[in-house]
Design a protein around this ligand. Structure first.
Ligand code: GLU
Length: 432
């Protein structure tokens, strides 16, 4: 079983989508189920409705899963497991106040030493624990030995016991800490491989230690994905527009192009343009680059254009607000000039909108409009053109510029004879 574990705390980040795609592909390759675990235990950071938004995005990208779990539903298991660790003396109650712990942290900083908890409460006599009415957290005993994890991307990574520390697993309000909830849930869901951001690499030994302390010995595989850098080479933050999947979709990037780009990033695909389904055939976690991936909007634009070109006419027309093959073919002519569906729509919509007629051509356009309204239907542009020229007496500059404005509502654009092919059946709608 694999899991995608987003936090419903904001717009879905592209790094998160990339992780979802990787999990989906590896689940398909292994023939295992993928579940979605909404990590909603941090009530203060949760944003209402973000879980649904995440699921909608997964659907848009064709990322199938078998189950959705909200982490908050598992809190009773987290408490039960914490109790078990307390009984087995693998965890202890800690009465140290935050102020005291902050002081210790400060002292460590001044002494230029990494801070670790001093285990002051680890060996308190039972009567001091029982009689103590102060609020307490529960800490797990620090591991005795080095913990080494094997990562498909990073190779072997080792952590000394002090780096893992006797860390808190249950907060004073009896809610589980992030690492505890995550470690227990991965165990309960029988996860075989965890694919997530390298931001979590320091959590991994803690989570391994929790599961080992609970006598869970199944070996979990790992792949920690390198971070994504923005165009200025900095870690992509929430303030970068391009970090939001929703923003990219609104800007007119196709889901299949976005997926293609994020699967290509830091990877060695056999070809540049591919579908997620095709990637299942060749994708290999072990060949993902260890170095951070660099986001390039130009590369995404290029890939988007290739995917737009590959759409059939009917599909293309839907992206510009129609469901009509001829409009799809019309849009295809304009594809040369654009990179996104938003830009494409901005080319097609004016054709069907009221005309903006420059003063200089007002007279010619009126003449043409009346002539077209009274004309019969012309299959071929040349016949249409010859008829209008003959009836209006307009030619050269006085014909070409006004006819373009009349037919397309723009002063520049593709070959008008080509455009005519696909709008000739709509002349009644276009020329009012
Ligand atoms: N909820 C975490 C995040 O969104 C993911 C944790 C994990 O995959 O273990 O970063």
């Amino acid at each position: 079983m694999l899991r995608f574990a987003p936090s419903p705390t904001g717009d879905m980040h592209i790094a998160s989508l990339r992780i979802a795609l990787f999990n989906y592909i590896v689940a398909k390759q292994k023939g295992e189920d993928l579940i979605v675990r909404i990590e909603d235990t941090d009530k203060e950071k949760n944003i209402e409705g973000k879980d649904k938004e995440i699921l909608d995005i997964l659907a848009l990208f064709g990322i199938e899963y078998t189950q959705v779990i909200h982490q908050s539903q598992n809190v009773r298991f987290h408490s039960a497991m914490a109790l078990q660790l307390l009984h087995e003396k693998k965890a202890f109650s800690c009465f140290c106040s935050s102020a005291w712990l902050d002081k210790k942290r400060e002292e460590a900083k001044e002494a230029k030493k990494p801070y670790t908890y001093d285990d002051a409460c680890r060996n308190l006599p039972p009567e001091l624990v029982i009689d103590n009415t102060s609020p307490f957290t529960i800490r797990i005993n620090r591991p005795d030995e080095t913990i080494t994890i094997q990562d498909h991307i990073k190779g072997d990574v080792s952590f000394e016991p002090d780096a893992v520390d006797s860390f808190i697993i249950m907060n004073q309000d009896k809610t589980p800490t992030y690492n505890f909830a995550c470690a227990v849930d991965d165990m309960l869901s029988d996860i075989s491989i965890i694919i997530r951001s390298e931001d979590h690499i320091n959590n991994t030994p803690k989570q391994e230690h929790i599961r080992a302390s609970l006598n869970y010995n199944k070996k979990i595989e790992y792949a920690h994905l390198p971070i994504i850098l923005n165009e200025s080479g900095k870690k992509m933050s929430k303030d970068d527009n391009t970090s939001s999947v929703k923003w990219l979709l609104e800007e007119g990037y196709l889901p299949e192009a976005i997926a293609n780009y994020f699967l290509l990033m830091g990877n060695k695909p056999p070809q540049e343009i591919f579908s997620t389904k095709e990637a299942i055939g060749w994708f290999n976690l072990n060949t993902i680059s260890k170095s951070p991936a660099h986001f390039s909007i130009d590369m995404l634009k290029h890939i988007n254009k290739e995917h737009l070109k590959a759409l059939d006419a009917k599909e293309l027309s839907r992206y510009v607000g129609f469901a009509d093959e001829e409009i799809g073919e019309l849009a295809r002519i304009y594809l040369e000039e654009v990179e996104t569906t938003k830009e494409l729509k901005a080319k097609i919509a004016p054709i069907f909108a009221p005309r903006v007629i420059p003063e200089a051509f007002a007279e010619q356009i009126e003449l043409m409009t009346n002539t077209i309204k009274n004309a019969s239907f012309f299959e071929e542009y040349d016949d249409f053109k010859n008829y209008i020229m003959k009836e209006t007496g307009l030619k050269g500059e006085n014909y070409f510029q006004p006819i373009r404005i009349l037919l397309t509502n723009a002063e520049h654009g593709p070959d008008i004879a080509e455009v005519y092919k696909y709008i000739k059946n709509y002349l009644g709608e276009i020329i009012k």
